[in-house]
Design a protein around this ligand. Sequence first.
Ligand code: GAL
Length: 412
Amino acid sequence: MRLAVALLIALLGTPATASDIEVLHWWTAGGEARAADVLRQRWQALGHHWVDAAIVGGGGNSAMLVLRSRALNHNPPQAAHLKGVELHEWAKRGFLRNLDDVARRGQWQLRLYPFVSSTLNHQGHFVAVPVGLHRVNWLWINQSLFQRLELNPPRNWEEMIQVARRFKQAGITPLAMGDDPWQLAILFEAIALGEGGSDFFRRAFVNLEPEVLSGTQMQQVLRRFHSLRSFLPANHIGLKWNQASQMLVNGQAAMQLMGDWVKGELTEPGNQAIRCLPAPGTAGKFSYNLDSLALFQQQDAEHDQAQQQFAELLMSADFQQQFNRVKGSIPPLADADLSQFDPCGQASAKALQHATQHGDLVPSMAEGMAIPSNVQQAIFDLLASYFSDPQGDAVATARQLARAVSAVSAEQ
Ligand code: GAL
């Protein structure tokens, strides 16, 4: 129902005046909304109008549905939160404004990490502006609950299971998580990275090698993933990621496995009770989610001019500082000053550096950085049905994974 209303509003659209920027995004949870507000205020301070097309729903599924229907109705917004491989899918269809002019003037090539540039580059042209770099492989723990039970944070998945059992025995929900396919995929890929390592991760989720997708290592990862279902909250069906974070903050749950947008949900920035740790087995590894805004091609010069200014604002060091500190990410700028960031932000930057040097920087499959959206969807569907089935068969699921991925890839 909510989606139907959002769709209707979105399709009717709002008439835009010359310097309007209508921005479609899904930054609607507490910290996300505050970050979007930083952008809105900065844009308005430059004398422009902001038209908010916020579509509720973590992970962006509903937002992407709205965007698709608006584009089909020749009514796309001027800007949208679009990222990773999907950027290329939109660029291929000719929707996105080429940003080479702004990039040249702003020396993007020099300022951005090389992997950031290549994520945003479609056939040699910049097609989106990067706004934040999230590390996905984080484990958030409620420190007081760990202290109360005299437990150490888990460093690998074996320890994770032991710790989870102890919390469960004590009547505390071990792992706060909902059943959204993308939330499940974040857990699954963290296990894959932690137990299989970066090469396994890349062979499975970037190269999509059938023998790796169906192999014994993948079966083990699937088994581990399945074994965690007994540690979720009783109300995990329909639980949103930010509600899960609230459980952690309130002391109802001990841990959450989620990207660092969680920081925006902690009651106070730098909340002492909640600690960030690398997901088990992934110290020094970094699975990235690059948030970016793409600009949709405009027919008139005035809107085009406004888009240029918008892109310049997004890339300004000042905006990136303020925005990322609220959003929980770090700036994707190689020369960013991180001295004002909280310890998790600084740890993220350190992990990024380490991972880059050691071949441990991987694109998050769950966050759309690694593979085409239809292949990602096929993996999500399989993982969700395997996880929800109490009898889930790891060997059969691994085989189906390889088969589904080749079938969908062949459609490209
Ligand atoms: C991600 C997005 C992040 C974060 C998260 C939860 O897909 O890139 O910025 O907000 O969803 O909604």
